[in-house]
Design a protein around this ligand. Sequence first.
Ligand SMILES: *Cc1c(COP(=O)(O)O)cnc(C)c1O
Length: 485
Amino acid sequence: MRNTQATQLLFELAKPGRRANMLPPSDVPTTPTEKLYPSGALRHEPLELPELSEGDVARHFTNLSSLNMSVDTHFYPLGSCTMKYNPKRNERLANLPGIVDLHPLQPDESAQGMLELLYELQSYFAEISGLPAVSLQPAAGAHGELTALMAAAAYFRDLGQTRTKVLIPDSAHGTNPASASMVGFQSITIRSRADGSVDMDDLRSKVDEQTAVFMITNPSTLGLFEKQIDQIAERIHSVGGLIYLDGANMNAILGIARPGDFGADMMHYNPHKTFSGPHGGGGPGAGPICVRDFLEPYLPVPRVTKVGEAYRMDADYPKAIGRVHGFHGNIGVLVRTYCYIRAYGGKGLRNVSEQAVLNANYMLARIRPLLPVPLGERCMHEFVASASKLKKERGITAMDIAKRLLDYGFHAPTVYFPLTVPEAMMMEPTETESKETLDAFVDALEQILSEDADTLHAAPTSTPISRPDEVRAARKPVMRWTATP
Ligand SMILES: *Cc1c(COP(=O)(O)O)cnc(C)c1O
């Protein structure tokens, strides 16, 4: 049954004269508004706000909130996004008054606790990545890519080298070529082989003295570890280029493999993926980056440093690329990350990755008989199934299955990404899910595949809106209500 009541706007629910309880007008003498502001700046008609009772408003927003799927309400196997359950303790700690009441312009002496936390977090990021120098400033993974590439560009300028190219495998996330273009590099696609690994012949033919950076996601967006990473790094380094590791998939290798040890010179983390930061809703993320020591001079300022026993924000780095964010970055997310890492510890983090990989492989083994998984016998923390055969045989697309899963109470996997797999369905169960949940999901999928094609084309039927025009919704979103005259 569609829930239409919850999707009516407050303006549509309003009736003139409806009110919540109001306090009587204040009898404390104050300066009248007209005396405080010029009359041209004052509104003479009341704002046309919808008029409702308090109960109407409470129900409206409570109903709206229940329309969303979230990690607190549903299994959410959105590949690449690592939608794991976020421990509530981290929320409580990040909201302690001593943390939320800090002002970013406070003198360092009065914010030693926060600076110590950030300093320690830098050292954890360095240890997990195997790359010693850290900037906490970038606001998201894509912003981390941009920042690191800006640092790389500054490094090459400093060496007096003009390098124009950034090489990127065809399975990469769209943010990689976008970041490269924004820094002024030309992005060049490297083909993958049929097994999903980098085509070394294609790579060799495109690497030259113009190569600045090779950007690689490892484990890749196909959920496979690129085993040729040593050779790739050797080839890129032999022409003086750098390896950038897109760390969106760190959830598979925490405490198991360190990017700095397998050839990366720079990387970002996505704390909202790997370290249980909340995502979505347009809220803040973070995209801290780690780099090798020779790139440190170019990192953004200010940086958290320790002098004797005191922590401070230090902007005295003449070669730095400047600031990429106001103040100290999105520290609310970084505090949650700190709590997460402290709660698990080194062994615990390794356990997170081992469990994530085990869960993904369990799901892969159960799904393979239902939907082909074209690449890889085994996977890391995620895998990519394909609805290509179903589309040919029964006219059922990845989108149909994704939409129908909503009717069964599951968030859909990532669909149509990576672009190298036709009718892709990228599934990432994460370590926080139980065997029962994984089984329930696969059972639902099996049930869906036994339904007739028309049922799937009509899905979802349980949501307020069935199939919006996704292109128009993305390109021309209507963000504002206007009264129809
Ligand atoms: C999520 C993701 C990004 C971008 O990270 P944001 O934090 O969303 O900016 C980049 N690459 C890959 C592979 C990703 O999954």
